[in-house]
Design a protein around this ligand. Structure first.
Ligand code: PBG
Length: 335
């Protein structure tokens, strides 16, 4: 008993609500479900072709025929959306990334087939030039190597239109050029694609956590020591994230995203509180790689940290999460 206490007993015993599983279940504030997930997948040309991505254990580049059963499983698990990322043949990469505009390129073909086979599964595509450029940057360069904003936006508009024509449900510009959301929205409207949703990578930081992704799409080598600091955001800033979100919403974004995820949960919370719009977070390749590596060493419990990390996004205010764990987590939640 504490002498200064007004009663001999604690006035509150928060542990009452934690004493048994049924009470914890009752008072739980946030829950994960398969509907929270967007599953990023890597596609490449060919048939019956699968390649492991060593820095992302459990992730593979798949040819379209091998992606179809993955899509079927996502439908069965209740995962609402796939996010497609292409690994483009080196021979098709150019300084201007013009393969991105090919209406019969890899991504439009994959979109058409997925929507034909699984109309009930959402398909989202990345709008950015990095998988298509020989230098691995998300846009076109001037003679000094600076990424030219407005010329890049013009190409991105063409890329978004090619995806929309193929029937994509949602485009997600991940390039961080100024004004691209407005330009893409205008073009979609002008071409009658009034239902195509835009999820803007609004607060996308120049992060070192993207390394394994660059292995997966084959841009790490081309980029070399170059960085993306002249267009992606400075990890030191958060007010700037709010300005970016405000611009993208004003330009016509339906949803916004913060990326990376776990190191940026403060940004997710600020965005959600300020704008109260559908807000997503991307648990990026490096976050996935860290958890996989620690689990492989036996240092962390794979399933437990996976679910805890994903739940943290919900607690921070995210409406959903792009995560390479989507299938693993949804399988576990289904049990
Ligand atoms: C490129 C793009 C990147 C990611 C998604 N789209 C990498 C980059 O900006 O270099 C990263 C995803 C991840 O790391 O999982 N437009």
């Amino acid at each position: 008993m504490h002498l200064s206490s007004p009663t001999p007993f604690p006035a509150n015993r928060p542990r009452r609500l934690r004493r048994d599983a049924f009470t914890r279940n009752l008072v739980r504030e946030h829950r994960l479900s398969a509907h929270d997930f967007i599953y990023p997948v890597f596609v490449h040309e060919g048939e019956n072709r699968r390649e492991a991505v060593p820095s992302m254990p459990g992730v593979e580049r798949l040819s379209l025929d091998l992606l179809l059963p993955v899509a079927a499983e996502c439908v069965q698990l209740g995962i609402p959306y796939l996010a497609l990322f292409p690994a483009i043949d080196a021979a098709l990469k150019t300084p201007d990334g013009k393969e991105a505009l090919n209406p019969d390129g890899l991504i439009p073909r994959v979109v058409r087939r997925l929507k034909a086979e699984y109309p009930q599964l959402g398909v989202m595509t990345d709008v950015a030039l990095d998988p298509y450029t020989s230098h691995g940057q998300d846009g076109v360069l001037d003679e000094t190597g600076y990424i030219i904003n407005d010329d890049t936006v013009e190409i991105l508009v063409g890329q978004a239109l090619a995806h929309a024509a193929a029937g994509v449900d949602m485009v997600a510009p991940s390039d961080m050029m100024d004004g691209r959301i407005g330009a893409i929205r205008d073009a979609l409207e002008a071409h009658g694609h009034i239902h195509t949703r835009i999820m803007a990578y609004s607060a996308k930081y120049a992060s070192s956590f993207y390394g394994p992704f660059r292995d997966a799409v084959g841009t790490r080598g081309a980029l070399g020591k170059a960085d993306k600091n002249v267009y992606q955001m400075d990890p030191a800033n958060t007010d700037e994230a709010l300005r970016e979100v405000a611009l993208d919403l004003a330009e016509g974004a339906d949803m916004v995203m913060v990326k990376p995820g776990m190191p940026y949960l403060d940004v997710v919370r600020r965005v959600k509180d300020e704008f109260k719009v559908p807000t997503f977070a991307y648990q990026v390749s490096g976050e996935y790689a860290m958890l996989k590596a620690a689990a492989a060493n036996g240092w962390l419990d794979h399933d437990a940290v996976m679910l805890e990390a994903l739940l943290a996004f919900k607690r921070a205010g995210a409406d959903g999460i792009l995560t390479y764990f989507a299938r693993d987590a949804a399988r576990l939640l289904q049990k």
